[in-house]
Design a protein around this ligand. Sequence first.
Ligand code: IFM
Length: 452
Amino acid sequence: MTPTRSDFPRDFHFGAATSAYQVEGAVYEDGRGASMWDSFAHHSGCIADASTGDVACDHYHRMEDDVALMQRLGHTAYRFSVAWPRVLPQGRGEVNPRGLDFYDRLVDLLLEQGIAPYATLYHWDLPLALHDQGGWLQRDTCHAFAEFAGVVARRLGDRVHSYATLNEPRCSATVGYLEGRHAPGLMDRRKALLAAHHLLLAHGLALPVLRSFTTTAKIGVVLDVKPYYPADKLAATAQAVRRADGVFNRWFLDPLLLGHYPQDIWEAEGACVPQLSATALEHDLRTIAQPIDSLGLNYYTRGVVVHEPTRPFPHVREVPVEGAQHTTMGWEIYPQGLYDMLVRIARDYPALDLFIAENGAALRDTVANGAVHDPVRVQYLQSHLGAVARARQDGVPLSAYIAWSLLDNFEWGKGYTQRFGLCHVDYATQVRTPKASALWLRDFITQQPAAA
Ligand code: IFM
């Protein structure tokens, strides 16, 4: 379906997202403490182009201009993250007022421009001081996170449209503690599942704290979701699909929204699951599953899989899809997967407001004559907005579409080699050039009538 603005209600938000470490830079300024990503980028040797987030998009110094850019692009929402070590340099205890001032100013500027602030509290930049005490393997980090959430919400309060506790706890736990490609660079299944549990618990502990400082903001969490499909008709493949979905999606959706871990995966993980007494687990799950107002979903691609017994649990292998189009991340472009995922989540976890918190494509973008021609991204945005419009028509409650990303930025282990931005960033000069896709999205948002 080719979407039009009139497929979306007037109050539907359109915008773009970033995260603190990926765009802010200014890592040594105004009292910011170090995060585990500062240390990982500088010392692990795991960043593709040996870069760091030290300067990134220099957004910390260019925030006013970047907000003006969003306004020119017609955005009505901006999703950003608050750098925990900028606000609490040691992770807990003494607050750094200059750090908090930055987000305070950002929120005011957004509101002046009619842009709804969507704040994420944890987008992977754990304060190094807490990492040194065990990070997400330590239960106490969950309490430190709840304190941090309180410090931020006390200051930003009702001015924020929506608070997300965490961005992609799956990615934090799996890529950071099992695959070792992200900070803190560990490769241990037990630790990954423990980190995942603590991240979820941190979310749960933060919820009442956030609620105590706002009556109007929507409070929730952002998950990365990926639908899996069978590569063939074998029964073993169908089971592999179920396991892949269990590990990637249900392991996070079920505890947050149903109050239990998926039984099939819990049993299959055996001794790797968090070692808690039944009473302690039940208590944690009650904390984790407190009601939320909205769930943000990050969607990029799908997985087509077969059963692969030689691989560690979940014993699956993704197979390439012939003829498919891919981004420079190697991710297949598959908008139908977004529709399928939305319909499935609305069916399995009903009565929950959903929004797209990230969706985008990394491509080989270059500036020529002051412009960036990126027809593949235009097509990507159009087809994924079409999937969102179709899901809405079919009854899925969706309130925003937020693209990843406003700017090209530091793509974690891939450094600056991947360009996801609606706006191209020349890292030598920090010049931002809206790509053709940004202008297409601007026209989509502003030049067509909205539904009533
Ligand atoms: O850049 C990341 C972002 O930080 C989290 N979601 C996926 C994006 C693209 O990999």
